[in-house]
Design a protein. Structure first.
Length: 468
C-alpha cells in the first residue's frame, strides 16, 4: 500500500515537472517568437526609414506620403489587434510591445486598423509634421468652401473604390437634403438639381443617390462609365471590401476580390436596373456660381444646377518624370492591354501596386517581353504583399529585372538612360516606358473654381471617415 502511494507521489511529481517544463517551454517559445516578430518588424521599419531610402528621381521618400494611421500612445494598450486588421498585409507590426507603422508606403487608407482598435487610439492622417500633403478643403459632408460645390472620391485625397462609393453617397445625400431644406416657391429654377462630374465609383454612387431621392441629375464623364476602373489593365483583380450602393444595396464579392470585367459588368447591370443615365464623352470645362445656382460648361454647352459634385478622381494628372523627350509616343502613364506589347524591351517606373501589376501582365511568358522595373528606393515597400510575392517569383524566373535606387535620366526612341544611386548612367535598350509613379492633385483646376487647398501636416481626417 505504502509502495503504491510512493508510486503515485512520484508520478504526480513527474507530471508536475513535465507540466512545468511544458509551461516554461511554451512561455519561452512565445517570448522568442514575439522577439523574432519584433526583430523582423524592426527590420521592415529600418527599410522604410529615411536613411535607407535611395534617392533617384526627385526627393527621397522619407515619410508616409498619403493617408496613414497615427497612434495615440496614451490610449494604446498594446493589444496588437490593429496589426492583423490591415488587408494590405504587414503594414503595422508590434515593436517592443508597441504598434508601429513599418511599411507606410503600403498604406492605402482602408481604415480597418482605426475601426478595430478597441481604445480608439488610431487616427488616419494626411502627411506628416515635416512633409505636407495638399488636400482640397472639405467639410464632413464633403462640401467645399464654395457653398453647394462638393468633392467626393479620390479627388478629395482618399483612394479606393469603397471610399469613393461612400463619399459619393454622403456628398449627394447632403447636397440633395440641402435642396429640400431650402426649397421655396421663389427658388430659382435650374435645368437639373445636381450635376455630377465623373462616372467612377464616386460619381456612380452620387447619381444613384439622386435616383433614390427622386431628384433630377446630370452625370457627365469625359471618358467611359466606370472611371479609373474602366482603364485598369485587362483581367486585373480588383480588391474591394463590401460597400453600400444606394438603390442597389450591398456590393460585395467573394474573398473581396473581383476581376475588372466582372466589376464593370456589375455596374452595367446596376445601370440597367436603376435606369441610371451617364453622359459619356462629355468633358467638364468650367463652372460659375451665380446667385445661388451653378452655370456648368461641358463640351461647350451650359447647364444650370443647384448643386455640383466633383467626382473627377486624380488620374487626369499622372506624376511625370520631368525629363526631355518625355512626350515621345513610347511613354505612357497607364497600361490597359498588355497583349499589345509583344517581344519588346519595356521599362516601368514605380514600385506601387499599379507598377507591379503592370510588370506581371507584361512579363507573361506568351508575350516574350523583357521587363525592367525601375525602383527609386532600395526595396519594394509600396505595394501589397501578394504583388511583391508574385513579382519576386517572376524575378527568380528571369522574367522581370528590378533595378533599385535608379531614376530615368534620359530617353531616345529606342534607348533609356538610367542613373543609379552612385550617379553612374547605364543605357538600356527600350521600346516602351510606362511611368506608374502615382498622380498629382489637380490643384490648379480646383483653385480656379475657388476651392481652397490646404497643406496637411499629419492632421486627422475625423473618426470613421473611411469605414463604410
Ligand atoms: C492600376 C490601379 C489599380 C487600382 N486597384 C484598386 C483596387 O484593387 N481596389 C481599390 O479599391 N482601388 C484600387 N485603385 C484605386 C481606385 O481605382 C480609385 O481610388 C477609385 O477609382 C477612385 O474613384 P473616383 O470615383 O473618385 O475616381 P475615378 O474612378 O478616377 O473616376 C473619375 C472619373 O472622372 C472623369 N473625369 C475627370 N475629369 C473630368 C472632366 N473634366 N470632365 C468629365 N469627366 C472627368 C474621369 O474620366 C474618370 O472617369 C486602383 C487604381 C489604379 C490606378
Ligand atoms: S488596436 Fe489600438 S490599442 Fe491595440 S495595439 Fe493597436 S493602437 Fe494599440
Amino acid at each position: 500500500m505504502q509502495q503504491l502511494s510512493e508510486l503515485s507521489n512520484l508520478m504526480s511529481q513527474h507530471i508536475n515537472w513535465v507540466g512545468t517544463a511544458l509551461f516554461v517551454g511554451f512561455g519561452s517559445w512565445q517570448v522568442i517568437s514575439k522577439k523574432r516578430k519584433s526583430a523582423h518588424a524592426q527590420k521592415s521599419l529600418k527599410k522604410s526609414s529615411p536613411q535607407s531610402q535611395g534617392t533617384a528621381q526627385s526627393a527621397p521618400l522619407v515619410e508616409p506620403i498619403g493617408l496613414h494611421p497615427e497612434f495615440d500612445r496614451g490610449l494604446c494598450i498594446s493589444c496588437g489587434t490593429c496589426t492583423a486588421a490591415c488587408p494590405e498585409g504587414k503594414v503595422i507590426q508590434m515593436i517592443q510591445g508597441r504598434p508601429e507603422l513599418v511599411s507606410p508606403g503600403k498604406c492605402v487608407g482602408h481604415g480597418e486598423c482605426e475601426r478595430v482598435c478597441p481604445q480608439d487610439a488610431i487616427s488616419l492622417v494626411f502627411g506628416t509634421r515635416k512633409r505636407g500633403k495638399n488636400i482640397p478643403r472639405i467639410t464632413a459632408n464633403y462640401e467645399s468652401n464654395v457653398p453647394g460645390l462638393y468633392i467626393a472620391g479620390e479627388l478629395g485625397g482618399m483612394g479606393l473604390i469603397r471610399n469613393a462609393i461612400k463619399q459619393g453617397t454622403l456628398a449627394a445625400q447632403h447636397a440633395l437634403g440641402e435642396i429640400e431644406k431650402t426649397q421655396t416657391p421663389k427658388t430659382q429654377k435650374t435645368d437639373v438639381d445636381l450635376v455630377i462630374v465623373g462616372a467612377g465609383p464616386a460619381g456612380l454612387a452620387a447619381a444613384l443617390s439622386a435616383i433614390e431621392k427622386k431628384k433630377s441629375y446630370l452625370c457627365i464623364e469625359q471618358g467611359s462609365f466606370g472611371g479609373t476602373v474602366y482603364n485598369y489593365p485587362r483581367q486585373k483583380i480588383v480588391m474591394t471590401l463590401p460597400a453600400q450602393l444606394p438603390v442597389i444595396g450591398i456590393m460585395k464579392f467573394r474573398g473581396h476580390q473581383v476581376s475588372k470585367e466582372e466589376l464593370l459588368e456589375f455596374w452595367q447591370n446596376t445601370k440597367t436596373k436603376t435606369g441610371l443615365v451617364i453622359q459619356e464623352q462629355t468633358r467638364f470645362e468650367k463652372l460659375v456660381s451665380d446667385t445661388g445656382i451653378f452655370r456648368v460648361t461641358a463640351n461647350g454647352k451650359e447647364i444650370t444646377a443647384k448643386k455640383v459634385i466633383l467626382a473627377m478622381g486624380v488620374r487626369g494628372t499622372p506624376r511625370k518624370l520631368g525629363i526631355p523627350n518625355e512626350d515621345l509616343a513610347k511613354v505612357a502613364y497607364q497600361l490597359i492591354d498588355a497583349d499589345q506589347y509583344q517581344d519588346q524591351d519595356i521599362a516601368i517606373v514605380g514600385a506601387g501596386n499599379s507598377a507591379l501589376e503592370a510588370a506581371q501582365s507584361l512579363a507573361e511568358a506568351k508575350l516574350r517581353n523583357r521587363v525592367t522595373l525601375l525602383v527609386r528606393g532600395d526595396a519594394l515597400d509600396r505595394a501589397n504583399e501578394k504583388n511583391i510575392e508574385k513579382v519576386s517569383a517572376l524575378v527568380k524566373q528571369g522574367r522581370i529585372t528590378i533595378l533599385y535606387r535608379t531614376s530615368v535620366s534620359g530617353l531616345t526612341a529606342d534607348t533609356l538612360l538610367v542613373k543609379n544611386g552612385e550617379g553612374v548612367i547605364q543605357t538600356l535598350p527600350n521600346h516602351f516606358l510606362l511611368v506608374l509613379a502615382g498622380t498629382e492633385m489637380p490643384d490648379k483646376l480646383l483653385t480656379s473654381l475657388g476651392i481652397q487647398i490646404d497643406t496637411k501636416f499629419g492632421e486627422t481626417l475625423g473618426k470613421g471617415s473611411t469605414n463604410a
